[in-house]
Write a protein of this length. Structure first.
Length: 222
């Protein structure tokens, strides 16, 4: 029986593939979280302020993108949209926009719950003080909504960072794609994933700690 001998020399030689891919993964996740939150919050506010037709459309949007696998959405965007004449988007942009739309559907439900958690009396108190509608929303409702939503937002941020690995399916040079490149050129599958797995773990854990500290800071009196 031949014992397996670990050899990390090729991984260290081409570690730039992993380091660069890690940066790309963070960029993709950051883009999706930033714009997905903005879109999700807008849709959540529109849901609460609109009639049945708009609400039904938003519910359909959320159910579609929450229940279709992200990989399928990526394939449709990358291979299907050019067939319909929408060309000119590179792989990074295609995945970033797809992940943003996918993320926004998750954020809609988070912000809907956050908005519902704000006591009606606080909103009425803001109006009684003479705040305009947008001021009441910006300075009373929105901060309380964000505070209530932060634990769920933290979970989604970590989840979207991990889901950037799906971008390797369309050759976006993120972390998993870098690992695949090293594996295909060295056949050191155990070694490369022994390095990549802690990179995902450490980053996810670091994001979790950062968001927990943010949540505690927001809940601290004064």
């Amino acid at each position: 029986m031949t014992l397996y001998h670990f050899n990390f020399s090729f991984i260290w030689k081409h570690f730039d593939k992993l380091a660069g891919g890690w940066v790309v993964s963070l960029e993709l996740a950051g883009f999706a979280v930033l714009f997905g939150m903005a879109l999700g919050l807008g849709l959540a506010v529109a849901y609460n302020a609109s009639g049945r037709a708009v609400r039904s459309s938003i519910v359909a949007y959320v159910e579609l993108f929450r229940n279709v696998p992200l990989l399928l959405l990526v394939y449709v965007a990358f291979y299907g949209l050019p067939s319909l004449g929408l060309r000119g988007l590179d792989a990074w942009t295609t995945f970033a926009l797809t992940l943003t739309v996918y993320a926004s559907a998750q954020f809609v439900e988070v912000f809907r719950a956050g908005l519902d958690s704000v006591p009606l009396g606080l909103s009425e108190a803001g109006r009684a003080l003479g705040l305009r509608h947008w001021q009441n929303f910006a300075f009373v409702i929105l901060p309380l909504t964000m505070r209530a939503s932060l634990p769920a937002i933290g979970n989604l941020v970590v989840s979207f960072f991990k889901e950037t690995s799906i971008a390797s399916a369309i050759a976006v040079p993120e972390l998993t794609y870098g690992a695949q490149w090293i594996n295909l050129n060295s056949f050191r599958v155990l070694e490369v994933y022994a390095v990549v797995t802690p990179m995902y773990l450490a980053t996810s854990y670091g994001l979790t700690l950062l968001l927990l500290r943010t949540e505690r800071a927001l809940r601290r009196p004064g």
